[in-house]
Design a protein. Structure first.
Lengths: 171, 194
């Protein structure tokens, strides 16, 4: 006898009634939970320690996701502020002093030269800038060259011209 | 015919599971184990294999749920896992057919179609129904895994074509053509019985 589509569909739908024994699904859940616990215990030690550390960190060092970016921005702002502060207020460091000196090569200087022999050590320039600068001997001995002037007063000028041609000092 | 799963309820349970609430996943197991049991059992026709496979299905679902983004319903997602794992299992088992059938639930006697089939005017008698069940399962085992899956989901579990297509990742046309071919195969085999 041919099994038509309708009969086949009915026969197949009867298979819905093929069910496991009573209580099966309750046992299934309990077995699943036991399996999950067993899997947790079987995990490698390093993995368990890592999970414990992450749980500890989340509990005691909760940091919002955006806080890291905020902290980084704050650090950059502080660094920028310190940099500008050093540039505007020299004296807070050697580097700022050097920059300030380079910008004030024509600053008024109150030298105190004593007309003495060439062998004499040149005095220290008391510049209006701090700290005091001591010009190396070799520099002075090679640079100073007395030049005859129209007057009786010899005029010492440097071979290496400063930025300004105006003599920084006069006698 | 099928119970429409409540997507909002499932979404809440999934979210709670992802947040670390194991009781939420237990609720999903309780909710879907009967349906998934039917799917796996009718593809394997073996109660013991079904039990082991179902444990593996939920274990895999639990491990993977952190990556579940909700692009599909949880119902569809977990069914896909079940179908794929069952097919992989059957491929490994090969052609060894180890049927271990569940008994018919007593409720079948109240089923309309059962009553029609076993009525005095129908050649199929109740005494033959048990043997017919065995024959039908044998016929199901002769189908390919893909055809068996669509017959199980459509004819036995009553899923719509669209849902089956989503679970299998194929078009509805493919689902319909597989069903047509599978029905012809089953009819040919059962005709030999009669």
């Amino acid at each position: 006898m041919p099994v038509d589509d309708q009969m086949l569909s009915k026969l197949l739908r009867l298979k819905r009634f093929e069910q496991p024994p009573a209580g099966y699904y309750e046992d299934f859940l309990r077995e699943f939970q036991e399996r999950q616990r067993a899997e947790l215990l079987r995990r490698p030690t390093w993995r368990i320690l890592l999970d414990r550390w992450e749980a500890f960190r989340e509990e005691y060092f909760t940091v919002a996701n955006f806080s890291y970016a905020t902290a980084s921005a704050a650090v950059l702002c502080v660094a920028a502020a310190l940099t500008f502060n050093m540039l505007e207020h020299p004296g807070s460091g050697v580097r700022s002093s050097a920059v300030a000196l380079a910008a004030n090569t024509t600053a008024s200087v109150q030298p105190s030269y004593a007309l003495a022999s060439a062998s004499a050590r040149p005095p220290t320039l008391n510049a209006s800038l701090t700290p005091q600068i001591r010009i190396p001997d070799a520099f002075l001995e090679s640079s100073f060259a007395p030049v005859a002037t129209d007057g009786n007063h010899p005029r010492y000028i440097l071979d290496t011209r400063p930025a300004s041609y105006e003599p920084p000092f006069s006698f | 015919m099928t119970d429409e799963p409540a997507p909002n309820e499932d979404a809440q349970l999934v979210a709670r599971t992802q947040a670390g609430d194991p009781a939420a996943f237990d609720a999903l197991v309780v909710k879907y184990s009967p349906r998934l049991y039917g799917l796996v059992y009718n593809m394997t026709s073996n109660h013991e294999d079904t039990n082991d496979l179902l444990q593996d299905v939920f274990a895999k679902a639990y491990r993977s749920i952190a990556g579940f983004r909700g692009n599909s319903a949880f119902y569809t997602w977990v069914h896909s896992i079940a179908v794929n794992m069952t097919i992989n299992f059957l491929k490994k088992r090969g052609r060894r057919m180890l049927m271990s059938l569940d008994d018919m639930d007593a409720g079948v006697e109240n089923d309309k179609e059962f009553i029609e089939l076993t009525s005095s005017t129908n050649p199929v008698r109740e005494a033959d129904l048990g043997e017919l069940q065995i024959r039908l399962n044998e016929a199901m085992m002769k189908l390919s895994y893909d055809h068996r899956a669509v017959v199980t989901m459509f004819d036995i579990q009553g899923m719509p074509h669209a849902e089956i297509a989503k679970i299998l990742g194929v078009s509805e046309g493919t689902v319909r053509s597989r069903l047509f071919y599978a029905h012809r195969q089953l009819q040919n085999y059962l005709e030999e019985f009669h």
